[in-house]
Design a protein around this ligand. Structure first.
Ligand SMILES: NC(=O)c1ccc[n+]([C@@H]2O[C@H](COP(=O)([O-])OP(=O)(O)OC[C@H]3O[C@@H](n4cnc5c(N)ncnc54)[C@H](O)[C@@H]3O)[C@@H](O)[C@H]2O)c1
Length: 266
């Protein structure tokens, strides 16, 4: 059976961990040739090896999404390895460091240098990735797909203020860019996950308390289940696939119903 992205070439950022790693494995299971990009080159290489060990085609590249030259180089490496680029998944993202033992930092507790770093990765990283991809799509004569990882925090007040603001920017960028490039048959969408147990925000997916943490995360959602990185990767896979060929400008929650609202009364 053909995979959902059979023969397509996908560049995935933040590929050394969490959602990005899950996406590399899932896209490859569905027939894509994958470039695993991460600022941590050793982790990107580990992901690429996992994909190859499972029988897929994957190369790793060290890439800082906050540096446009580094992103251009990752696209160039993709074309060198696999001849073209069909989809970029702008997934790399960071958050403001929590206060140990206390949790989320309020806005007034945020350090300006760290705020700038988070904005650079979460907003500019998506912008530079999209610019580089569109230039390559243009060289190929049109078509192409851009998917980004925003967050449910970009749709509603949820979690840290500054982080949510960066993800809200990705949500609006997705809509506006979708309109700008629709005439070139380039589709632009985003996925908006709720909390997942990854290495993000200093969490530990291998924690001895993993089951209890996941149970707590699940209770926050109407469906009652924690979001798995693979759930988010699945939504990105769908949006990159031809099944979504008439879908653009969408910010798709992957949140167990959290953004839909809350039940009132019995
Ligand atoms: N985990 C959550 O609760 C959650 C919820 C909503 C949205 N998200 C978003 O999901 C995406 C993936 O996060 P995750 O949960 O897999 O976290 P993660 O920390 O496990 O993985 C993020 C990866 O991005 C890489 N990265 C960080 N800065 C980078 C840069 N400048 N250039 C390239 N790579 C960089 C890291 O090295 C890491 O491998 C992020 O955009 C995050 O904001 C996460």
């Amino acid at each position: 059976m053909e995979g959902l992205v059979q023969g397509k070439v996908a560049l995935i950022t933040g590929a050394g961990s969490g959602v990005g790693r899950a996406a590399c494995l899932l896209f490859s299971e569905h027939g894509a040739k994958v470039v695993a990009a991460d600022i941590n080159g050793a982790n990107a290489e580990e992901t690429a090896k996992m994909v190859r060990d499972a029988g897929g085609e994957c190369v790793a590249v060290t890439c800082n999404v906050a540096d446009p030259a580094s992103v251009d180089a990752a696209v160039a490496r993709t074309v060198e390895a696999f001849g073209r680029l069909d989809a970029i998944y702008n997934n790399a993202g960071i958050t403001i460091s929590p206060i140990p033992g206390k949790g989320l930092r309020s806005l007034v507790e945020c350090d300006p240098e760290e705020m700038k770093r988070v904005e650079d990765v979460n907003i500019n990283g998506v912008i530079y990735g999209s610019q580089a991809a569109i230039r390559q799509f243009d060289r190929q004569g049109g078509g192409g797909v851009i998917v980004s990882t925003a967050s449910v925090a970009g749709l509603m007040g949820y979690g840290g203020v500054l982080y949510g603001t960066t993800k809200g920017a990705v949500v609006q960028f997705t809509r506006a860019l979708a309109i700008e490039v629709a005439g070139k048959d380039i589709r632009v969408n985003a996925v908006c996950p709720a909390g997942m147990l990854t290495h993000y925000a200093g969490m530990d997916p291998d924690s001895e308390h993993r089951d209890r943490i996941l149970e707590g995360m699940g209770k926050a959602h109407p469906l009652g289940k924690a979001i798995d990185p693979r759930d988010t990767a699945s939504a990105a896979l769908f949006l990159c696939s031809d099944l979504a060929s008439n879908i653009t400008g969408v910010n798709l929650p992957v949140d167990g119903g959290l953004y839909a609202g809350r039940k009132v009364g019995g």
